[in-house]
Design a protein around this ligand. Structure first.
Ligand SMILES: [Ca+2]
Ligand SMILES: [Ca+2]
Ligand SMILES: [Ca+2]
Ligand SMILES: [Ca+2]
Length: 191
């Protein structure tokens, strides 16, 4: 019964708040819509935080990864195909996911989780250090103090790193959990 309440398929105000926060993280220029430029800006910010030059292979990899991320968001959420994703399109897409079968969600989460995790995993060692996570959060305009708090919550086994499992788990809780204390709620900062 409790599980049913915590993982309901009707979008609650808590879920909506989390999705709005996620949207705001991606809306780099804060103009209320997601568009390709937001993701180019993120590539520039991430690489500048890492000290990677715009003409380096590492920059090209990050940019490529963020273009894949944008193309997927565009493919899934831009319902009227006008090249931008509004907040209402984003919420409608999330509503679809919240109501989708676990199989649909699992396919989706594997794709997005792997992409985002790889984007953040600067040294490709298969886990996120606190600094790697904080860099991603800085690129998402989440304050550094908040990023440190969130990291502690997401690092479930307290080994000082976020594993791929912990990241996937967080993304799942971000989408589905209605428990206000679920650690994954904090994946993209305060909600
Ligand atoms: Ca924007
Ligand atoms: Ca649109
Ligand atoms: Ca790493
Ligand atoms: Ca951990």
């Amino acid at each position: 019964m409790i599980l049913l309440m915590l993982y309901s398929n009707i979008m609650t105000s808590l879920q909506r708040r989390k999705f709005v926060q996620y949207f705001n993280c991606l809306d780099d220029d804060h103009n209320g819509i997601l568009e390709i430029g937001d993701f180019t800006n993120m590539a520039n910010t991430l690489c500048s935080l890492r000290g990677w030059h715009l003409d380096s292979d590492k920059y090209r990899d990050v940019h490529f990864n963020l273009m894949l991320f944008w193309n997927s968001i565009h493919a899934f959420a831009d319902k009227n195909r006008d090249g931008i994703v509004t907040l209402s399109e984003w919420i409608a897409h999330k509503e679809y996911l919240v109501n989708a079968s676990r199989d649909v969600y699992d396919d989706y989460i594997k794709f997005f989780s792997y992409g985002l995790f790889d984007l953040a995993d600067e040294n490709h060692d298969g886990s996120l250090s606190q600094l790697e996570y904080r860099h991603l959060m800085q690129a998402f305009h989440v304050g550094d103090m908040m990023a440190r708090v969130a990291f502690e919550k997401l690092d479930l086994n307290h080994d000082g790193a976020i594993s791929r499992y912990e990241f996937e788990n967080a993304l799942y809780e971000l989408h589905f959990s209605n428990d206000p204390d679920a650690p994954g709620n904090w994946l993209f900062g305060e909600f």
